[in-house]
Each structure stands twice: as structure tokens, then as C-alpha cells.
Design a protein around this ligand. Structure first.
Ligand SMILES: *[C@@H]1O[C@H](CO)[C@@H](O)[C@H](O)[C@H]1NC(C)=O
Ligand SMILES: *[C@@H]1O[C@H](CO)[C@@H](O)[C@H](O)[C@H]1NC(C)=O
Ligand SMILES: *[C@@H]1O[C@H](CO)[C@@H](O)[C@H](O)[C@H]1NC(C)=O
Ligand SMILES: *[C@@H]1O[C@H](CO)[C@@H](O)[C@H](O)[C@H]1NC(C)=O
Ligand SMILES: *[C@@H]1O[C@H](CO)[C@@H](O)[C@H](O)[C@H]1NC(C)=O
Ligand SMILES: *[C@@H]1O[C@H](CO)[C@@H](O)[C@H](O)[C@H]1NC(C)=O
Ligand SMILES: *[C@@H]1O[C@H](CO)[C@@H](O)[C@H](O)[C@H]1NC(C)=O
Ligand SMILES: *[C@@H]1O[C@H](CO)[C@@H](O)[C@H](O)[C@H]1NC(C)=O
Ligand SMILES: *[C@@H]1O[C@H](CO)[C@@H](O)[C@H](O)[C@H]1NC(C)=O
Length: 897
């Protein structure tokens, strides 16, 4: 009795203290502790490009609602922290170890640096630890390996150094150990090759050494992946490895393993292994490895022949890489028995004779690489049965005969390399059936001339190969609707027979090479919808091409041969802009004073190059605010605190110099509230710049598309009235009309009060008296905004500006560029609007304008219809013109329509 009582007392007090300790433990660490630990982590993040943590991890919200956090519903503690791939910079604070209920810690794919704090060992509940793909350095603390519950440790792709602690071997549940791509040195502890739970070992790409235990099959009974590649492991490969029955991925390449291949098994590229027999009989022993899938022997001087007898290969093999192994003889028929084969690479050997016909049985084969051998004979139809083949690389052999037309049946084919062989006859036309093809190379054969090349509507990506220029007989080349990048090779100028070239709808950039002017037979050229820039050449075939060939390249400028028409014609045409002055003035008086922008000539301030250099921080990219047709525009902060814009003309183009002179000439004559105010210029032999008033709200283009400023109907109308006022002034405010020639949203700048100012007079024209009769000049204009008769009839006149104004008006209210992708063929912006007006006006309108109260809907519709009617009037080709048009603007502006 006494005794029982005593025991129960002891038990009770034990239970009590146990409970007490639990209570204390709970008090010592609860969700508040977790929050503090996570806030400490947040405080250690020095860069977070989305600012997500600053916004989301706030003390005012529950930790459990924070992004990347998982809590346990019952204990209300943090059990998961996953902030993988947030692109975070910073360090890992020791407080993280206070997350004492954590089970999953995934910080992978960030840019975290510094050491891994040893406090991590406090997390006794941790099962999964991912720090991979960061910039962590320092040596591995053995404390990490005191967390006995852990099943996965992944520290791959960091800068960790030092030796591997032998304590790793103490982790009873560890199944995955990944230290690949670090700077670990020394002998890998033998304990890691003696862990019964371990399934995956990745030590690839370190400087580890040591040898493998002789009974690896017993000491790693569950191993599936053993990847020790690119290290300095040495010794022989134990024959017991073939008994590791679960092993399916063994990578021992680029190490110092040596000795004969022990007639058992090998999977080791770039070692010093040789074969003990002329026939590579060790391959036969692979039949024991019932699960072997990958065999990599690349770069071992095996110096033998492939086994010829049936049943001597492991049928489970999926990938065989035996490039550069000095294998000679032929490819035996038995290879056709490897029914699971996905990849077979035997490049760079000494193989001879034809490909065996048994290859038709390799129904799962996806890649066949036999490059650089001495294989000969024809390619038979057998290969055409390999329906899953993605890649067929046969170049650099002695194959002869014709290329079988049935290759067109291999519809999965993406890579076809047949170059450097002895094929004769033409490339079969069926090749163009290969819709997914990415690369094709049939160079250096004796093929008949290739006259047509059609790879349109594929997924071709990358640069256009320069070697295409060698196809001297090519007459037609279709590469449209792909994803080609880079520039058009200069060598295209050598395609001297070319008649048709279609490169439209790609991502081709750079300038159109001048060499294309040599293509005298070129009749059809389509370069539309790319990212080409610079000037369009004029010589050769370009003389007969229209703007259609080049549309949808926003930075491309068309060089036009232009004839100035008699001004009288222009005057009639341009009456559209005969504004009702009084109404406008009246409207303007509501929005501000109208004479603030007038230059006063006596106030001209001089600027030196050095002053501009300093004020723009040496023309640093941070101060670059725009790139115009001939120059870059920077914001400059002067020493007196004033901000100005500096347009620096690109000296390397002769045309830019002309543009500077033209712009100076124009700007000398004009002053208007809605033109950008030129403050001064700066010019010496090597440097030409205009100093202009700085427009803090940037260009209309930016405002419309960047989403930084939202323009309502009235702001848009105001801006377009400003532009109209400026045009009115340019065209009629002088004895000499000025034509802007390049009116578009990026040339309209907005000041702090959102008042619009036309800028960029780099190609403006003065219609001075003598010029008015059929004098030819050259000009450049932007495709899409340019009146069609510029291109077809070669006229420049004020009407061209009116046309551009109409297009801009459409763009302002539909938020669709004239160069938008949807406008192809006959369909253009104005055609589209014309077709839908007046019934479906709301279908074309920028949806941002339709928000707001329902009851104004009808009024809005009326306003927008008027504006678009005006816009279409401006863009009608040969109109006789009357003065009524602008009236719409005013009815549109009436606040009580
Ligand atoms: C967490 O523990 C601290 C004491 O360590 C206590 O002040 C706090 O109220 C506890 N918070 C919660 C949410 O239990
Ligand atoms: C933080 O992010 C989570 C997950 O995206 C979200 O549910 C939560 O509302 C966010 N909290 C705050 C304050 O933004
Ligand atoms: C962490 O999140 C990423 C992205 O959501 C996910 O791919 C990954 O599997 C997660 N990690 C764990 C350990 O669940
Ligand atoms: C958390 O960890 C830090 C450093 O490891 C320690 O100084 C602190 O006392 C711990 N406890 C709490 C409740 O934050
Ligand atoms: C590591 O674990 C051992 C026994 O499991 C224990 O004695 C030792 O104190 C632990 N070390 C640390 C730093 O927690
Ligand atoms: C491997 O581990 C077992 C027990 O887990 C142990 O008896 C044996 O000595 C170890 N072998 C080596 C080489 O460490
Ligand atoms: C092919 O064999 C010849 C001798 O027959 C030898 O000189 C040559 O080096 C071998 N080439 C390769 C790539 O093994
Ligand atoms: C290739 O496809 C065509 C049409 O589907 C078929 O007639 C021909 O037999 C095929 N050739 C081979 C070798 O499979
Ligand atoms: C342009 O077209 C005209 C008439 O169609 C033709 O005479 C002329 O040769 C063409 N020029 C070039 C360079 O193709």
C-alpha cells in the first residue's frame, strides 16, 4: 500500500513536472515567438523586388495568413515556411531556429548569402530542409545533422566549403542527401555510404574524394540514385554495385576511377577505363541489372567493338551515351532488341557499314546521334518507322544515295542534321511537312539546288543562320510566323536569285542590311511585324516596295522620295484644321493662360558641354527619358535646381546632323504654348544638343500605354485640342507653313498640368516660297501614322499632318495603335473604325473610358461617335475638304450635350 502510494505520488509528480515543462515550453515558444523569428527573417532581407514581404508580412495580420507560411490547425504554430523562388537577397538570421515546430523549411531559389546559422538544430521537428540554389557560403556545421527527424537535406548549388561532417551518417531517416555543386573538399565520410534509409545521393560537382565501399549493395540497400559525377573519387568500381537491386541512376562520370571494366557494370563517362576484351563484353553483364536505365560511358577509351550476340544487353536501358569511346566495327543487329531505348548516342567513334534494319524496332527512340563516324550506305525507309524521333543527327558520315522522302512522316522531328555526307538528289519536298522542326542542316552534300525554303508557321527560334546566304539558287524563302530573333544576316544580299522573301511576324531586330539592295530580282518582300529599326534602304528593289512590307516595326523609318505640291492644293485640303478660334479660346480660358510658353529671345541662356555632362551625370542611363528618331533625350538637373530636357543628336548618322540643323531652323521661327519650348542649343564639332523645357508627365504614348496615368475623356479631348492648336499654328501661323511630318503620340509631351506640347521637329519641313513647286526632297516618317499618299504618290503637304492627327485621334479613344497586330492585310485602324461606325461605336472604344456611371452612357456614346467621325474625316484619302469638321470637337466638349 505504502509502496503503491509512493509510486503513484512519484508518477503524479512526474506527470506534473512533465506537464509543467510542456507549459513552460509552450510559454517559451508560442506563435508570438514564431512571429518574431519570421520578422527577424524579414528584417534580414535586403532586397525584395516585388516588395511582397514588406507589404504582406506585417505584424497587424496573423502570421498564419502570411505568404509562404503554413500553420498547424491544432497547435496554431508555424509548421511550414516556403519562400522558394521569391528572388530574395539577404541573410538567414539565427532567430529562425526559434521556429521550434517547423517541419518544412524551403528557402530554395533565392539569392540568400552568408552562413547557415547553427541554431537550425533547435528545430527538432524538421523533416525537410531546402536551401538549394542560393549563395550561401562557409562550412557545414555538424549541428544541422543533429536533427534526427530530418528526411531531406538539399543544399545544392551554393558556395558551401569545407568537409562533409561524418555526423550526417547519424540521421536515421535521411532519404535524400543533395550537396551538388558546392565547393566541398576532402574525403567523403564513409558513413554516408552506410545508411539504410538513403535513396538519393547527389554529390555531383564538388572536390570530394574517397573510394566506394566494396559491399555497397549491403551498406546502401535502398539506394536508387548515386550521383558522384565531377569529383575526384578513385579506385575501382566494386562489382557488388550490380547487386544494388534498386539502383536506377548511377552517375560516376569525370572522376578518377581506374582499372579494367570488371566485366560487370559501368556507368562512368570521362574516366580512364579500358576494356579487357576486344568485344565490350562487360556490356553483356548488364543483363543482370534489371532496373538499369542509364548508361553513360562517354569519353572512355574503351577501344573495342560492340557485342553481337542476342540477349547480351540489359533490356531496361533507356539512355545509352557512348560518344568518343573509340568503338570500331559496325552497329550490331542486336541493338534493335533494346525496346525501351529513348536515346542512343554513339557519336565520334569509328563505326562503319550501314545502320542495321533492325532499328525499325526501336519504337520508343526519341534521339539518335551517330555523328562523326564512318557509317555508309543509304538511309533506308526503316528509320521512317521511328514515329517518336525528335532528333536525328547523322552528319559527318559517308551516307550516300537519296534522302528518303518518307522522312516527312517523322512528324515529331525537331532536329535533322544530315550535313557532311554524300547524299545526292534534291531534298524531298515532304520535309516541309515537318511542322515542329527547329533545326535542319543538309549542308555540304551533293544535293541539287534548293530553290524554295518554306519554314513558315513553325516554332523556329534563335538567330537566322548566316549560312543560308550560301543558297545561291534560292528563289523563295518563307520564314513567316516563327520566333526568329537577331538581325537579318548581311549574307542575305548574296541570295542573288531571290524573288520572294517573307520574314514577317518574327522577332527580328536591328537594321535592314544595305546588302539587300543587291537583290535585283526581289519582287515580294515582307518584313512586317518585327522589331526592325533604323532606315529602310532605297536602292534596288526597295524603290518599288510600299509601306506594307514594313508595317508593324515601330522603330523603322521610311525614307521617302517626296515631291512638294503647290501650296494652294495643300491649303484646300487642310481646311479641316481651320479651327473656330473663338470657341477654342473660350475653352482654353477654362484650362489656363494661353501665352505662357512664348519664348522671349533676350532670355536665351547658354550651356556648355561640361555643364550638360554634369547635369545629366555623364549622360547616365538613369537620366535617359526617351529615344527620338535621331537622338536620345535626357533629363538634366542644373546647379540652380532647374530641370531641363536635353536632346543629344546621334553624331554617327549624317542624317542626325541634318536633323539637328532642320530642327534648329524650325525652332528659330516658332513659339507657341503647345509646342515644346526650346531653351537653348549646344553645338560644337562633336556634340549637338537642344535644351528644352522638361515635361514631367512624359510622352502621350507613355501615358496612354504604361498605365501610370489614367486619362479620362475630357483629358484626352483637351490634349487633342492642344495638338490641333499647335498644328493650326504651324500650318497657318506664318508666311511659311511648317509641316511636322512625324506626328504621333510619342512626339506629344505632357507638362505638369497635362497640357500637350508637340516635340521632335527633326524631320519637319518648311514650305518656303521657292520650294512649293515640285521640288523633290527626302523625308522620313513613321509607318502607321503616315498618310498613304506619302508612300504611293510621294507628296508631302500639311494634309499629311492632318492624316496623322486623325490616326492619333483614333488611337487616343480606342487605345489601339495603327501598327497593332490585328491590322493585317486590308484591315487598318481607320478601316476597322469605319466598318464599325456608327452602330457599334462602343465596340471600338478603349474600355477604360466606359467605366463610371450608367446614366452618362448615352452622352458618352454621342461624344465618342462625334470624335471618331471627325477622325475618319481627317483620314479620308482624297477629300475636297470643308471647314465644318472641327465643329464636332466642340460639340463633343460641351459638358451638357
Ligand atoms: C506567448 O508567450 C508569451 C510569453 O513568453 C506571452 O506573453 C504571450 O501572451 C504568448 N502569446 C500567445 C499568443 O499565447
Ligand atoms: C498575404 O498573402 C496571402 C497569400 O497570398 C494573402 O492571402 C493575404 O491576404 C496577404 N496579406 C496581406 C496583408 O496582404
Ligand atoms: C515551395 O513552393 C514551391 C512553389 O510554390 C513549390 O514548387 C515547392 O514544391 C514548395 N516546397 C515544398 C517543400 O513544398
Ligand atoms: C530566438 O533566437 C535568438 C537567437 O538565436 C535568441 O537570442 C532569442 O532569445 C530566441 N528567443 C526568442 C523568444 O526570440
Ligand atoms: C546532439 O545530439 C546529441 C544526442 O542526440 C546530444 O547529446 C547533443 O547535445 C546534441 N547537440 C546539440 C548541439 O544539440
Ligand atoms: C555501417 O553501419 C552498421 C550499423 O548501422 C555498422 O555496424 C557498421 O560498422 C557500419 N560500417 C561502416 C563501414 O561504417
Ligand atoms: C579510328 O581508327 C583509326 C585506325 O583504324 C584510328 O587512327 C583513329 O584514331 C580512330 N578514330 C577514332 C575517333 O577512334
Ligand atoms: C509515310 O506516310 C505515307 C502517307 O501516310 C505512307 O503512304 C508511307 O507508307 C509512309 N512511309 C513509311 C516508310 O512509313
Ligand atoms: C520598279 O517597277 C517598274 C515598273 O513596274 C520597273 O520598270 C522597274 O524595273 C522596277 N524597279 C526595280 C528596281 O525593280
Amino acid at each position: 500500500m505504502e509502496r503503491t502510494h509512493f509510486l503513484s505520488m512519484i508518477t503524479r509528480s512526474l506527470v506534473h513536472s512533465l506537464l509543467l515543462s510542456l507549459v513552460i515550453a509552450a510559454a517559451a515558444s508560442n506563435i508570438t515567438t514564431d512571429q518574431q523569428a519570421l520578422l527577424a527573417l524579414k528584417a534580414h532581407i535586403s532586397y525584395d523586388h516585388t516588395n511582397l514581404f514588406a507589404r504582406n508580412w506585417t505584424s497587424s495580420t496573423s502570421v498564419c495568413s502570411w505568404i509562404g507560411i503554413t500553420c498547424d490547425v491544432n497547435s496554431h504554430r508555424v509548421i511550414g515556411l516556403n519562400i522558394s523562388s521569391f528572388n530574395l537577397q539577404g541573410t538567414i538570421p539565427p532567430q529562425l531556429g526559434n521556429l521550434s515546430s517547423l517541419q518544412t523549411l524551403d528557402l530554395s531559389h533565392n539569392k540568400l548569402s552568408g552562413n547557415i546559422p547553427s541554431s537550425i538544430f533547435n528545430m527538432h521537428t524538421l523533416k525537410l530542409l531546402y536551401f538549394s540554389d542560393n549563395q550561401l557560403f562557409g562550412s557545414l556545421s555538424f549541428f544541422i545533422f543533429n536533427v534526427s527527424s530530418v528526411t531531406t537535406i538539399d543544399l545544392s548549388i551554393n558556395g558551401l566549403s569545407g568537409e562533409m561532417p561524418r555526423e550526417i551518417g547519424n540521421l536515421p531517416y535521411l532519404a535524400r542527401l543533395a550537396f551538388a555543386t558546392n565547393n566541398l573538399v576532402g574525403v567523403a565520410p564513409v558513413t554516408i555510404f552506410n545508411m539504410s534509409a538513403l535513396k538519393e545521393i547527389y554529390l555531383l560537382n564538388n572536390s570530394l574524394s574517397g573510394s566506394l565501399p566494396s559491399r555497397i549493395d549491403l551498406s546502401l540497400p535502398n539506394v536508387e540514385t548515386l550521383n558522384l559525377g565531377i569529383n575526384s573519387f578513385y579506385g575501382t568500381v566494386p562489382s557488388s554495385i550490380t547487386n544494388a537491386s534498386k539502383l536506377s541512376d548511377l552517375e560516376l562520370g569525370v572522376n578518377l576511377f581506374s582499372g579494367f571494366i570488371p566485366n560487370t557494370f559501368v556507368n562512368m563517362a570521362d574516366n580512364y577505363l579500358t576494356s579487357s576484351t576486344p568485344e565490350l563484353s562487360f556490356l553483356s553483364s548488364l543483363t543482370n541489372c534489371k532496373k538499369l536505365k542509364v548508361l553513360i560511358l562517354t569519353g572512355n577509351p574503351l577501344d573495342g567493338i560492340l557485342p553481337k550476340s542476342k540477349g547480351n544487353l540489359s533490356l531496361s536501358l533507356e539512355i545509352i551515351l557512348m560518344d568518343n569511346c573509340s568503338i570500331s566495327g559496325n552497329i550490331p543487329q542486336v541493338v534493335g532488341n533494346l525496346g525501351n531505348l529513348l536515346v542512343l548516342e554513339l557519336g565520334g567513334n569509328n563505326l562503319t557499314e550501314p545502320i542495321p534494319i533492325t532499328f525499325s524496332q526501336l519504337q520508343t527512340l526519341q534521339a539518335l546521334g551517330l555523328t562523326r563516324n564512318k557509317l555508309a550506305g543509304p538511309i533506308t525507309d526503316e528509320l521512317c518507322h521511328l514515329a517518336r524521333l525528335h532528333s536525328l543527327v547523322l552528319q559527318g558520315n559517308k551516307f550516300s544515295g537519296s534522302i528518303p522522302s518518307c522522312l516527312g512522316n517523322l512528324t515529331s522531328l525537331r532536329v535533322l542534321y544530315l550535313g557532311l555526307n554524300r547524299f545526292t538528289s534534291a531534298l524531298p519536298s515532304t520535309i516541309w511537312n515537318l511542322k515542329d522542326i527547329l533545326f535542319i542542316d543538309v549542308s555540304s552534300n551533293s544535293l541539287n539546288v534548293l530553290i524554295g525554303l518554306n519554314f513558315s508557321r513553325n516554332n523556329l527560334s534563335g538567330d537566322i543562320p548566316i549560312t543560308i546566304g550560301g543558297l545561291k539558287n534560292l528563289q523563295q524563302m518563307f520564314l513567316e510566323y516563327n520566333r526568329l530573333e537577331g538581325s537579318i544576316p548581311e549574307s542575305f544580299g548574296d541570295l542573288s536569285s531571290l524573288e520572294v522573301l517573307d520574314l514577317s511576324k518574327n522577332k527580328i531586330s536591328g537594321a535592314i542590311p544595305a546588302s539587300l539592295q543587291k537583290l535585283l530580282y526581289l519582287k515580294h518582300l515582307n518584313l512586317s511585324f518585327n522589331k526592325l529599326e533604323g532606315e529602310i534602304p532605297r536602292g534596288g528593289p526597295f524603290a518599288n516596295l510600299t509601306a506594307k512590307s514594313f508595317m508593324g516595326n515601330e522603330l523603322l523609318k521610311m525614307l521617302l522620295l517626296v515631291i512638294i505640291l503647290p501650296l494652294s492644293t495643300a491649303l484646300i485640303v487642310v481646311v479641316t484644321l481651320t479651327l473656330k478660334w473663338k470657341l477654342i479660346e473660350c475653352w482654353k480660358s477654362r484650362t489656363g493662360p494661353s501665352n505662357d510658353g512664348i519664348n522671349s529671345p533676350q532670355a536665351i541662356r547658354r550651356f556648355s558641354y561640361h555643364e550638360l555632362l554634369r547635369a545629366t551625370d555623364r549622360f547616365s542611363e538613369n537620366n535617359l527619358i526617351g529615344i527620338g528618331s535621331f537622338g536620345s533625350i535626357y533629363v538634366a538637373r542644373l546647379q540652380d535646381g532647374m530641370e531641363v530636357a536635353v536632346k543629344v543628336f546621334h553624331q554617327q548618322y549624317e542624317r542626325a546632323l541634318k536633323s539637328f540643323e532642320d530642327e534648329c531652323e524650325v525652332m528659330k521661327r516658332i513659339r507657341h504654348r503647345n509646342l515644346v519650348k526650346i531653351i537653348s542649343s549646344c553645338s560644337n564639332d562633336d556634340f549637338k544638343a537642344l535644351i528644352m523645357k522638361y515635361m514631367p508627365n512624359g510622352s502621350l504614348e507613355n501615358c496612354l500605354y504604361s498605365g501610370t496615368c489614367m486619362l479620362d475623356i475630357f483629358q484626352r479631348l483637351n490634349i487633342m485640342i492642344d495638338v490641333a492648336l499647335a498644328l493650326e499654328y504651324l500650318h497657318f501661323g506664318h508666311s511659311t507653313p511648317i509641316i511636322h511630318c512625324d506626328l504621333k503620340p510619342s512626339n506629344v509631351l505632357l507638362d505638369e498640368d497635362m497640357v500637350a506640347h508637340i516635340s521632335d521637329f527633326g524631320i519637319a519641313k518648311l514650305l518656303s516660297g521657292e520650294d512649293q513647286l515640285s521640288i523633290q526632297i527626302q523625308t522620313l516618317a513613321t509607318i502607321g501614322y503616315m498618310a498613304p499618299e506619302y508612300g504611293t504618290k510621294g507628296r508631302v503637304c500639311t494634309r499629311g499632318d492632318v492624316y496623322s492627327y486623325g490616326i492619333m485621334l483614333m488611337e487616343m479613344f480606342t487605345k489601339k495603335k495603327p501598327t497593332d497586330e490585328i491590322f493585317i492585310g486590308e484591315l487598318s485602324l481607320n478601316r476597322w473604325i469605319n466598318d464599325l461606325l456608327p452602330v457599334s461605336v462602343m465596340e471600338v472604344i478603349d474600355t477604360n473610358l466606359l467605366r463610371g456611371e450608367e446614366r452618362f452612357f448615352a452622352a458618352k456614346e454621342q461624344i465618342l461617335l462625334s470624335v471618331l467621325n471627325l477622325a475618319t474625316e481627317c483620314t479620308i484619302e482624297s477629300r475636297d475638304g470643308n471647314g465644318a469638321d472641327m465643329g464636332w470637337i466642340f460639340s463633343a466638349l460641351d459638358p451638357n450635350p
